[in-house]
Design a protein around this ligand. Structure first.
Ligand SMILES: Cc1cc2nc3c(=O)[nH]c(=O)nc-3n(C[C@H](O)[C@H](O)[C@H](O)COP(=O)(O)OP(=O)(O)OC[C@H]3O[C@@H](n4cnc5c(N)ncnc54)[C@H](O)[C@@H]3O)c2cc1C
Length: 489
């Protein structure tokens, strides 16, 4: 019998898995995709918000403010880059200056430290590329930036190392309360018998709750589109720059990434499908229009990629967190829209308290390890360190991704690590191979060859992101021999 089964390998599920892995428990995490961080946690603004935005009294406000300061220790332990660069909400007219005052008041009520409204001169000094139309800004020094999928993968690696069984490609298709107590969680491959289920299924948490016969709530996907720019322009802004917020969104921001790029976005539009992450021309026009209000001279020629993410908006418009009153042992964590990433550490603490209240005994393990094996990020090393690494292991001397300077050694390590990469996207999220200016045009075939070799599979079996996304159709010579296009279909 498992103690806790977690449904969903996003940042919330993985952070809870890691936290529980410090106790003497049997924990399983089931994820429907071929990797963790495949849902909302892979495509968002990556901001650890200060916490002035959410309405006082909501879970969103409370858990954001509690979660923010916990990031320093988590990132230090897992060696995940986190930069507390601060954020600025920019007012362009008198009305918006009033909004800043409201936000500052709200922030103080929420318990956000060190908020300050700065004047135009100071703002331009801090951010020389910002529009001269700006009047003032709310400065929140505690806001930070992170890479959300690197964080999620690091959490999962650590949970894995500490004994959590992470089952990928395992969609939950049924949950039932068992007559003798406990719950059974069904995936196509097996039935997991468990004392507790934690529903951290993101956009699908409402469906999982319904499947278990627990509380009924609904989740609407709200799409946000983005454009990301070449690293050459990464210093166009120094902090996270927000416009004055609207009723439904924090607005289109201009924001540096921890990896040295910058992005603009997101917009905010409700969509029908929970997998609609398409980027539209209309969406691009909307975010460019929005971002230009803050930074008029955007280097649009140097956009390297577009992407979209879906917010999981609940009908309560707040996080839905709590033990089910209907199904014993079932715990909901639904509607984790923004600031869910910022709040994740505090959500985790809250869920652990709920588990305790529900009768789970938590005994610390003596051999818990808070870290994960070191990653040799070649491009960040100085020349001496590079030489030493290559001397120890010559595969680090072979650069596979030229744009991001990712070596064969790093790709092999990504495949062999705990919860190793099994697809092109999984390698990309772990190493950045394919994230640069050419977007994998040069390195993808090489990464595919390394994956095939390391996994002992045929190159035709290498996928982009799991079964059904095979990258190759056939061998060129067979293709010619069998008559070309027609027979290749
Ligand atoms: C446009 C946008 C911008 C955002 N910006 C920020 C920000 O700057 N700061 C911030 O704090 N937050 C932000 N957020 C919110 C943040 O991204 C989310 O709160 C967070 O990622 C939610 O994590 P999660 O683990 O709940 O969900 P997810 O990451 O979606 O994880 C849920 C997982 O469950 C899996 N799953 C679903 N159904 C099943 C099933 N049946 N069986 C097994 N597994 C299943 C999914 O595949 C997925 O991996 C933003 C969100 C969006 C969309």
């Amino acid at each position: 019998m498992i103690d806790v089964a977690i449904v969903g390998g996003g940042v919330v599920g993985c952070m809870i898995a890691r936290k529980l892995s410090r106790y003497q428990l049997k924990v399983v995490l089931v994820e429907k995709e071929d990797d963790v961080a495949s849902g909302t946690s892979k495509a968002n603004s990556a901001v650890i918000h200060a916490g002035y935005d959410a309405k006082p009294g909501t879970l969103k406000a409370k858990l954001n403010v509690q979660g923010n300061p916990l990031y320093d220790e988590i990132c230090r332990e897992l060696d995940v880059p986190f930069k507390r660069i601060g954020s600025l909400v920019v007012a362009l007219n008198e009305e918006e200056v009033n909004v800043l005052e409201e936000l500052m008041e709200r922030g103080k009520n929420n318990g956000v430290p060190n908020l300050e409204i700065i004047n135009r001169e100071k703002l331009l000094e801090m951010e020389p590329n910002i529009t001269s139309e700006s009047r003032a800004a709310l400065y929140a020094p505690t806001a930070g930036i992170i890479c959300p999928y690197e964080l999620t993968i690091a959490l999962a690696e650590n949970a894995c190392l500490n004994g959590v069984d992470i089952k990928l490609n395992s969609p939950v298709i049924g949950i039932r309360a068992e007559s003798g107590g406990g719950l059974s969680v069904e995936t196509p491959g097996e039935i997991i018998h468990t004392r507790y289920v934690i529903n951290a299924a993101g956009l699908f948490a409402d469906e999982i709750s319904r499947m278990a016969g627990a509380e009924d709530y609904s989740i609407t996907p709200r799409k946000g589109e983005y454009l990301i720019f070449d690293r050459r322009f990464g210093d166009i802004v120094n902090r996270v720059i927000f416009p004055s917020p609207t009723k439904i969104s924090k607005g289109i921001l201009v924001c540096p990434t921890v990896d040295g790029n910058f992005f603009i976005g997101p917009n905010s539009n409700d969509v029908r499908e929970k997998d609609d992450v398409s980027v539209t021309l209309q969406g691009i026009e909307e975010i460019v229009r929005g971002a230009r209000k803050l930074i008029p001279r955007l280097p649009l020629m140097h956009v390297i990629a577009s992407f979209a993410g879906l917010r999981a908006v609940s009908n309560t418009n707040d996080f839905v967190i709590g033990a089910s009153k209907k199904v014993r042992g079932f715990i909901n964590i639904g509607g984790i829209q923004s600031p869910g990433l910022s709040a994740a550490p505090a959500i985790t603490e809250m869920v652990v308290d709920i588990l305790k209240e529900e009768g789970l005994e938590l005994k610390e393990k003596s051999n818990y390890n808070p870290g994960r094996p070191q990653i040799n990020k070649f491009r960040l090393f100085n020349n001496e360190e590079k030489k030493e690494l290559i001397r120890r292991d010559p595969v680090y001397g072979r650069v596979v991704c030229r744009c991001e300077t990712v070596t064969e050694g790093e790709i092999i390590d990504a495949i062999r690590r705990p919860l190793g990469a099994r697809s092109l996207d999984a390698v990309k999220r772990r190493t950045r191979a394919g994230m640069g200016r050419c977007q994998g045009g040069f390195c993808s075939p090489r990464v595919m060859a390394i994956l095939a070799r390391e996994l002992g599979i045929d190159p035709l079996e290498v996928t982009k992101c799991g079964s059904g996304s095979e990258m190759l159709k056939g061998r060129t010579k067979e293709f010619i021999e069998t008559g070309g296009v027609k027979s290749a279909k």
